[in-house]
Design a protein around this ligand. Structure first.
Ligand SMILES: Cc1ncc(COP(=O)(O)O)c(C=O)c1O
Length: 472
């Protein structure tokens, strides 16, 4: 046996140990602190920042799993920060099996089943959100899907692959995710190429201003290339008017990308809010958010595979596929940034086959219902104030206290909520105001878990007031 192999017996023993660890962890998850408050930077460094081991310690290496779990922020049912899916155990088993089979999902010839499964999963996701006929690929997350989408947009509207950047303007609202401006910067267009279009009272891009800005830019000799509509903005979950934006894009021959990393999968439950999604040239959506998959699974959909090939196909002889068969000659590397690619699709494929789409539809609908419940709870409390309409499942609010700077007060409340460890929420800036923000994309959250948000915020508010009074 090779020194880097383990015997069958050892493999079974170690995998049983990992399964035991996983089952225990999942059992404890509902009652865990939402943030490991007692953990310090020093302790975590001491545990994990060790010297490079020249000699191995065998199975003892696995003993650190408990420390890793103890010092991690858990996917508890009361975690409502950012936009982070809850990690289905079925998906985790998919990741395990995927790593064992370890196919290179780069071209059909390197892994016929894994490539076919990924193409199937992409087709399923496209159909599930109303974009039947789109193709695409799975990515590391929404940021890379957005980068790839804007790379395609640039190559279609202002080709750069041969001669370098020829410039071009990308439009989005100020509510667009930071990965949009980052993508524009990475593509060499520069931050100056991001033209932001103000929003209406519901945080949606104003199409009248989009129209005006495009016309002004054209008059001034700029080259508009793309509009990014967001379907579920990261702060408030607002959805830009996709259909109207699509018609402006058509009129000016611009690429329409819809960043649905957070929201687009909600189209499975409430398609009526996503009218026009099918008119986009590209859409990003994140199974590791609202399809509850373990981290590392975004998806990029596009209408025209030839556009993906124009942007990404650049192959050396040694990888070129010789087959001209449309199935067997298919290569993801011709339509993506990546060459070697992991088997991301297995977790999604297993999860959808295990539970069926209906279960996901119902779970997403429940998250949406719980978000409305939370909004109603907030509105029923005199000390709390809702700061934005609840379009999807992000709820932005704050505490009011006459005579105290609201931003400062709410920062203190947030810090205290996190320290108390009963619920985890994050923050957002809403029209310049510091907001507390809870985002429900967690299949484990129950009504009781959601009611804990307001009770914990009010408790934290009392703690802060008590501390204030004591320090006077
Ligand atoms: C609207 C939107 N776009 C893009 C992203 C980035 O996704 P990822 O974290 O998967 O890169 C996020 C993350 O929250 C998001 O909410």
């Amino acid at each position: 046996m090779h020194r880097l192999d383990v015997s069958d017996e050892e493999f079974r023993a170690l995998s049983n140990q990992v399964s035991e660890f996983a089952a225990r962890y999942l059992q404890q998850l509902p009652s865990m602190q939402t943030f490991p408050a007692e953990v310090s930077g020093g302790e975590v460094e001491r545990l994990f920042d060790a010297e490079l081991p020249v000699e191995g310690i065998g199975g003892k290496a696995f003993q650190s799993l408990n420390d890793i779990a103890r010092t991690s922020r858990p996917n508890s049912p009361r975690f409502y920060g950012y936009v982070f899916g809850s990690g289905l155990p079925i998906g985790a088993l998919g990741d395990f099996a995927a790593s064992i089979v370890n196919p290179n999902v780069t071209a059909w010839r390197s892994s016929p089943s894994a490539v076919t499964i990924e193409r199937t999963v992409v087709r399923w996701l496209a159909e599930a959100v109303g974009c039947r006929g789109f193709s695409g690929s799975l990515t590391g997350g929404g940021s890379s899907a957005n980068l790839m989408a804007l790379c395609m947009a640039r190559e279609e509207k202002s080709p750069a692959n041969e001669l370098g950047s020829q410039g071009g303007i990308v439009y989005c609202s100020p509510e667009a995710h930071m990965s949009i401006a980052k993508a524009v910067r990475l593509l060499g267009l520069g931050q100056v190429a991001v033209h932001t279009i103000p929003t209406d009272a519901r945080f949606r891009m104003r199409t009248d201003l989009l129209r005006q800005t495009i016309l002004k830019d054209l008059r001034e000799g700029h080259k508009p290339i793309a509009v990014v509509a967001t379907a579920g903005t990261v702060a408030t979950g607002s959805i830009d008017p996709i259909q109207e934006i699509a018609s402006i894009c058509r009129q000016h021959s611009l690429w329409l990308h819809v960043d649905g990393a957070y929201g687009a999968l909600a189209a499975i439950a409430i398609p009526q809010k996503f009218t026009g999604l099918e008119l986009a040239d590209s859409v990003s959506l994140d199974p590791h958010k609202w399809l509850y998959q373990p981290a590392g699974c975004g998806c990029m959909l596009y209408r025209d595979p030839a556009a993906a090939q124009r942007a990404f196909a650049y192959s050396e002889d040694y990888v070129r596929t010789l087959s001209t068969d449309p199935i067997e000659g298919f290569a993801f590397f011709e339509e993506s940034i990546e060459l070697s690619r992991p088997f991301r699709a297995l977790k999604v494929w297993l999860s959808l086959r295990y539970f069926g789409l209906r279960a996901f539809r119902e779970s997403i609908a429940e998250d949406l219902r719980l978000a409305q419940l939370l909004a109603a709870e907030i509105e029923s409390q005199a000390e709390l104030e809702l700061l934005a309409p609840v379009e999807l499942s992000a709820v932005c609010f704050r505490c009011n206290d006459e005579g105290r700077d609201a931003d400062e007060l709410n920062r203190a409340v947030l810090k205290r909520v996190i320290q108390r460890g009963k619920v985890y929420i994050s923050n957002a800036t809403i029209r310049g105001v510091f907001a507390l923000r809870a985002c429900l994309v967690n299949h484990r959250s129950t009504e009781q878990d959601v009611r804990a948000i307001t009770s914990e915020v009010l408790e934290a508010l009392r703690d802060v007031r008590r501390d204030d009074a004591a320090s006077k």
